[in-house]
Design a protein around this ligand. Structure first.
Ligand code: SF4
Ligand code: SF4
Length: 409
């Protein structure tokens, strides 16, 4: 079996992240990729400016452990870089702030490695091989200047994609307002999953170390509950690693739409039986997570596609709610909404000073919740209300009214 088919799952004992990371990398023989003088890029998850204990960003001690491991091979340069969430007006500021608050900047300074906001690097246009929905991706030139990319994702549930880990983490190579544009261009889960796969395919990190130390379940990737899973995973195949993570957290991998698409595009395999899993067994570490949106709905009979689309778009549509007790009117939600569906409260508002949401514009991309620094944005789904307010509900009410009239006349 090729060493590329190895996956390692290591338990973190007594918070010794470095020991677990070294064990994981040695078990998959990752030293085979390393040579003296190479330039190495570490790509953490840097979603927003949250401290390590909130489990939103890759834990700084996971970043430190991988820096230590890479240093053994005398690289000429190690970069730790990402682009945080944030629109054009606050993108660079948001990334710099996230690097500081997440603790990653301090670790880089202490270890003497370069910590970069990707917005500060030179741009490059990358053609997408075998594109699904994106022909090209504008990102940092760094991707082609380095010899090795190591993906450092974190395990979190995600309101839109259900899981964020290996494949989704590379969405961070999209800079500034381009992230919002991609949400706006591909508002539906399926299209967005295709865009994620296209984006991953222009970077294709050669190695992945998964931060499963502090994770998020429920209302992730930003406002979820923290789970101390105490795991480090390492491997080469992002599809297999994401599939494995799904099994660990009790999520059906078929719900994570980008996995089958990535497999079909040749980026990896969901067939875990093709891999040798070293270390902990899945059964010994399984810990079901709260999944956003609850259990998968399924009908005992198939529906025509237009009806399932209708159900997804109208009946299961969520509405945005702002928690007045938490909202500080910081502006992140209206700055980052890709379609301008949120505006600041009007000056005439005397009470309930919260942002104003425009339902007709909203594409339910969940960016506002992801990027609210105060976890003041929630989504609620009221299926009954959605039915009653839809044309289907209106038509049903009309039919019922006519039937009642016919009975009594
Ligand atoms: S909801 Fe959150 S992001 Fe929006 S203004 Fe309030 S605190 Fe800022
Ligand atoms: S209101 Fe929130 S969920 Fe709706 S489009 Fe804007 S950022 Fe996305």
């Amino acid at each position: 079996m090729s060493f590329q088919k190895l996956i390692s799952i290591q338990r973190i004992n007594d918070d010794d992240i470095k020991r677990a990371a070294f064990r994981a990398l040695e078990a998959i023989r990752a030293e085979s990729l390393m040579r003296e003088g190479m330039k190495v890029l570490l790509k953490p998850n840097l979603l927003s400016a949250k401290p390590p204990e909130r489990a939103v960003t890759t834990h700084p001690e996971v970043v430190r452990a991988v820096i230590h491991w890479v240093k053994q091979f005398s690289p000429s340069k190690i970069y730790v870089a990402d682009s945080s969430g944030g629109g054009a007006r606050i993108g660079l500021k948001a990334t710099i702030n996230s690097l500081k608050v997440s603790g990653i900047k301090s670790v880089c300074d202490e270890e003497g490695v370069e910590c970069l906001a990707l917005e500060k690097t030179k741009r490059e246009i990358y053609p997408v091989p075998n594109p699904l929905v994106l022909n090209e991706v504008v990102s940092t030139k760094l991707l082609k200047e380095v010899d090795l990319i190591i993906n450092l994702p974190k395990i979190k549930t995600h309101t839109l994609t259900y899981l964020t880990c290996c494949i989704k983490n590379m969405f961070g190579i999209i800079l500034l307002a381009n992230k919002a544009s991609i949400h706006a261009l591909f508002p539906r889960r399926e299209e967005f999953a295709s865009a994620l796969v296209d984006i991953y395919s222009v970077s294709v990190p050669q190695l992945t170390v998964v931060d499963g130390y502090l994770c998020q379940e429920g209302n992730g990737p930003s406002a979820g509950d923290v789970v101390k899973l105490d795991l480090i995973l390492a491997g080469y195949d992002p599809v297999a690693l994401d599939t494995l993570v799904c099994k660990i957290i009790g999520l059906d991998p078929d719900r994570v739409l980008y996995l089958a698409k990535a497999e079909a595009k040749g980026l990896g395999s969901m067939a875990l039986e093709e891999f040798e899993i070293i270390g902990e067994s899945i059964d010994s570490i399984r810990r079901p997570f709260k999944i956003p949106g609850g259990k998968k709905w399924s009908l005992p009979f198939p529906l025509p596609r237009f009806l399932t689309n209708y159900a997804g778009r109208i009946l299961f549509r969520s509405t945005v709610h702002f928690d007045e007790s938490k909202c500080k009117l910081c502006g992140s939600c209206w700055e980052n909404c890709p379609v301008g569906a949120i505006s600041p409260p009007s000056k005439k508002m005397k009470v309930n000073k919260i942002p104003v949401w425009n339902k007709s514009k909203c594409i339910t991309c969940y960016c506002c919740a992801e990027l609210c620094p105060y976890e003041a944005v929630n989504f609620k789904t009221n299926i009954l209300k959605n039915i009653l307010l839809s044309w289907f509900g209106g038509a049903m009410l009309g039919i019922i009214a006519i039937v009642i009239l016919l009975i009594y006349l």
